[in-house]
Design a protein around this ligand. Sequence first.
Ligand code: NI
Length: 145
Amino acid sequence: MQRITITMDDELAAYLDDYIAQKSYPSRSEAVRDLVRDALVTHHQQSDEQHCFGILSYLYEHNTRELARRLTDTQHHHHDLSVSTLHMHVNEEDCLEVSILKGERRELEQFADSVTSQRGVNHGHLQLVPAPDTHAHSHEHEHQQ
Ligand code: NI
């Protein structure tokens, strides 16, 4: 652990304290760690090949010409990345879909872009979660009985 001292203006500090209260963080340190992790580690410092889980969410208008079929085609074309999709009929026009993806970071980002850039798809968002490194675990703790 390193101790880092940060200077910020009063207004920004007030935003931070509001955020901490809203999210029920036990300390400023815990909040800042999560913010930094989310901003830097998750999105920028992972290699293209980093294995990740992706949570892709988007709203779409199912009556937009051919859109529902094209989205289904896209999902089938990348069936190796798509683990599961939840579909919710929001109202007469809109559908909400949440897909769980698994694969290399760049593949997941390209897949997400190919979905969310389509006309009629709104509020697209991809959250990436680096997959825990399974190779780092020793097996010595297993089979001890
Ligand atoms: Ni629907």
